[in-house]
Design a protein around this ligand. Structure first.
Ligand SMILES: Cc1cc2nc3c(=O)[nH]c(=O)nc-3n(C[C@H](O)[C@H](O)[C@H](O)COP(=O)(O)O)c2cc1C
Length: 325
C-alpha cells in the first residue's frame, strides 16, 4: 500500500494502491475495525451495507455506518435495495458525505434482504440490475460498482449475464463472492467461475470467498487472475493477513497491542458501555486461534466494567498463549 508505487488498478479514474481489500461486513466493517485494517494493508474501505430506505427515512444510525477517516480513501459506500429510483435517491443524499465510489450490494443472502428482491435477490432480475446501474451511472458524479454472487442457486448461476450487464451499463468494478444465494456460506467458493468473469470483463474484477491464509491469497490470484482479492471472515481472526502474514507469525505482543488500539477506537466511536459490549464480538474471533477454555474466555466476554475487562485482558496476555493445532 505504497502511494509511490504504481496503482494496482483503477476504479474509473481512482487509483487503488494495493490488491487486498477488507470485505464489507454488516455489524463488523465499521470505522474502528475497518480503519485499523486499512492501516495494516487493506487498499480501500467499503462500508457495511446501508439500507436505501433507512437513508431516505433519515434514520440516525446511518451516520455511524458512513463514518470514515480521510486516510481510508478510496472510500466505498455500499447500498442495498430493490428499487432503482429509491437507490438513486438514497445515493444522491449520500453524495454530500463524499464517498469516492458507490457500490450496490447484489450478494446479501439474508432472508430479510434477498427475500424482498434486494441483495442477491437482484440476481434473478437482470433488467432491474441494468436499470439500477444505468440510473446511477447517468446521474452520479462518482464511479459505480457492484458486489455479486454467482446466482440464486445451482440451477440459476447467471453470473456471466449479470457481470456483462454490470459492465455494459457503465459500472467500473465488480467484486464476486464465488457462491450462490442458496449456498449462503456453505460449500466451497467457486474460483473457476470468478476466473470466467475475469476473462469476460474489461473492468477490474475482485475475487472473494474462502481466502483464509497467505497461501490462499496467492492461490486465488493465480487461479482467477483477478485485479484484487477481498477478504472477510479471515480478517476477523487475522487482520494481519492484509500485510501478508499468517496468524502464527503474529506475536502475542502484537495481538495485545491490536486489541488495546481497537478497544480505544470502539470506545471513542460508540462510548464506553456500548463500545465495550460491541468489542466482544471482535475479541472472541481474534482469540479463536488460541487454545482457551470456557472458564478463561467467558468472564472476559461477559465483563461490563472497563477497568476489570482491561485487567483480565492483561492477565490473559501475561500468560503464554498456545495456538490450536
Ligand atoms: C457477518 C457478515 C456480514 C456481511 N455483511 C456484508 C455486507 O454488508 N455487504 C456485503 O457485500 N457482503 C457482506 N458479507 C459477505 C462478505 O463481504 C463476503 O462476501 C463473504 O463473507 C465471503 O468472503 P470470506 O470467505 O472472505 O468471508 C458479510 C459476511 C459476513 C460473514
Amino acid at each position: 500500500m505504497n502511494v509511490n508505487s504504481p496503482a494496482a488498478f483503477f476504479v474509473g479514474n481512482i487509483p487503488v494502491f494495493g490488491n487486498l481489500i477488507l470485505s464489507p461486513m454488516d455489524g463488523l466493517s465499521e470505522r474502528p475495525f475497518r480503519s485499523l485494517v486499512r492501516k495494516s494493508g487493506s487498499a480501500m474501505s467499503y462500508t457495511e451495507f446501508i439500507n436505501a430506505m433507512d437513508v431516505l427515512a433519515g434514520i440516525p444510525r446511518i451516520q455511524k455506518k458512513i463514518a470514515y477517516y480521510e486516510f481510508e480513501r478510496p472510500v466505498v459506500f455500499q447500498i442495498f435495495d430493490d428499487d432503482p429510483d429509491r437507490i438513486l435517491n438514497a445515493a444522491r443524499q449520500l453524495i454530500p458525505f463524499q464517498p469516492d465510489i458507490l457500490d450496490i450490494n447484489m450478494g446479501c443472502s439474508a432472508h430479510h434482504v434477498a427475500g424482498r428482491g434486494a441483495g442477491a435477490g437482484l440476481l434473478p432480475q437482470p433488467h432491474k440490475v441494468a436499470s439500477i446501474i444505468q440510473n446511477l451511472v447517468r446521474n452520479l458524479p462518482i464511479p459505480i460498482t457492484a458486489k455479486i454472487r454467482l446466482g440464486w442457486d445451482d440451477h440459476n448461476r447467471n453470473y456471466l449475464e449479470i457481470a456483462r450487464i454490470v459492465e455494459d451499463c457503465g459500472a467500473q468494478l465488480i467484486a464476486v463472492h464465488g457462491r450462490t444465494k442458496a449456498q449462503g456460506y456453505s460449500g466451497r467458493a467457486d474460483w473457476d467461475a470468478i476466473a470466467e468473469i475475469k476473462t469476460l470483463l474489461h473492468i477490474p474484477v475482485i475475487a472473494n470467498g474462502d481466502v483464509q491464509s497467505v497461501a490462499n491469497i496467492q492461490r486465488i490470484q493465480t487461479h482467477t487472475r483477478c485485479d484484487g482479492v477481498m477478504i472477510g471472515r479471515a480478517a476477523l481472526f487475522n487482520p494481519w493477513i492484509f500485510s501478508y502474514r499468517d496468524r502464527q507469525q503474529v506475536s502475542q505482543k502484537e495481538v495485545k497491542l491490536w486489541i488495546d488500539t481497537h478497544l480505544n477506537e470502539m470506545i471513542e466511536f460508540h462510548g464506553i458501555d456500548q463500545g465495550l459490549i460491541l468489542f466482544r464480538k471482535y475479541l472472541k474471533r481474534l482469540l479463536s486461534p488460541y487454545q482457551l477454555n470456557e472458564e478463561t474466555i467467558l468472564p472476559l466476554l461477559t465483563e461490563t466494567d472497563l477497568d476489570k475487562f482491561k485487567h483480565n485482558l492483561d492477565l490473559l496476555f501475561n500468560s503464554s498463549l498456545i495456538f490450536k493445532p
